[in-house]
Design a protein around this ligand. Structure first.
Ligand code: C5P
Length: 297
């Protein structure tokens, strides 16, 4: 017997970052949008906890107990006083270390899958609390759709979206470490006051109306200068997508994946072709949003 859960990637349509807190985290106004790139997490009974991974970038995924999906299985087992005796297999399609919360998605997937396999029957609220213990982006992978994350991003408020948004994602060579990007953010803001992060009213309206032009005008990512500072070639990728007709371009989360909002599926195809042909990224993917959260298949 096994259970498979499908989990979505995310893009942050707004990532407003405040000053570093005493605990090292940053307060955020983080508008998450789940997009249709998915990992699948399958759990099967085994003698002991074991993680395997297949798909693009699988060789960069840790397979020991530091893997966030393994930590999710461990955490649920500990909470319910049972052994974490499962084989967790991750079929990867979300870019690894790409700023699209793939590791967080795997954690949410493993939690939901183990809960179903073991019949633990954790409530939605308990699962969300466990997700928040695992990482700032994990609760959103559970709920999907669109949501405003405050605190370090883990306190979620669901948001309405009025239609389908079309996206192109340009995948970079290599990854960026999220803590390193936040450290670079701190370095770039040294000696300056950082305003309180607040969600943009215009952006929330654009999401609610399903209006891609308006959304394009209000996309923002405070981590973008830090990501571009650590990975300067991203500036060329962003410029290439813009000149190929994207409505807007931004770094996805802490990067180095870049996100391009486009008008429709045809525009997505032509922007993806231009990005791939330009040599400024490894490959480009087209998809739509919003996408559902963790789903048992
Ligand atoms: O919560 P998570 O483990 O995903 O965070 C990874 C790292 O990103 C943290 O260790 C911290 O350096 C940084 N971070 C932050 N502020 C946040 C979220 C993450 O500084 N709100």
């Amino acid at each position: 017997m096994s259970v498979t859960v499908r989990v979505p990637a995310k893009v942050n349509v707004q990532l407003a970052v405040g000053a570093a807190r005493p605990d090292g985290f940053h307060d955020l106004a983080n508008v998450f949008l789940a997009v249709g790139l998915y990992d699948e997490v399958t759990v099967t009974p085994a003698d002991a906890l074991r993680v395997t991974c297949s798909g693009p970038g699988a060789d960069q995924v840790p397979l020991d107990r530091t893997n966030l999906a393994a930590r999710a299985a461990d955490l649920l087992a500990a909470r319910y006083g049972r052994p974490a005796d499962v084989h967790v297999h991750i079929a990867k399609d979300i870019p690894v270390a790409g700023g699209m919360a793939g590791g967080s998605a795997d954690a949410a997937g493993a939690l939901v899958a183990c809960d179903a396999l073991w019949g633990t029957g954790a409530s939605r609220g308990e699962l969300l609390d466990l997700c928040a213990e695992l990482g700032s982006d994990v609760p959103f992978a559970l709920v999907g759709g669109a949501a405003l994350g405050t605190g370090r991003g883990e306190k979620l408020q669901p948001l309405e979206t009025g239609g389908t948004f079309h996206w192109v994602f340009a995948l970079a060579d290599g990854g960026l470490s999220t803590p390193a990007v936040y450290r670079e953010f701190d370095r770039l803001h040294e000696g300056r006051s950082v305003p309180e992060p607040t969600a943009s009213a215009d952006l929330l309206t654009a999401l609610r109306k399903g209006d891609p032009e308006a959304l394009a005008g209000s996309l923002s990512n405070d981590l973008q200068p830090a990501a571009v500072s650590l990975y300067p070639a991203l500036a060329d990728t962003l410029a290439t997508g813009r000149s190929a007709g994207a409505l807007a371009a931004l770094v996805s989360g802490s990067g180095p994946t870049t996100a391009f909002l486009v008008r429709d599926a045809d525009a997505a195809e032509s922007v993806a072709e231009a990005l791939t042909a330009s040599g400024t990224c490894r490959t480009a993917r087209t998809t739509v949003s919003p996408a559902p959260g963790a789903t048992i298949l």
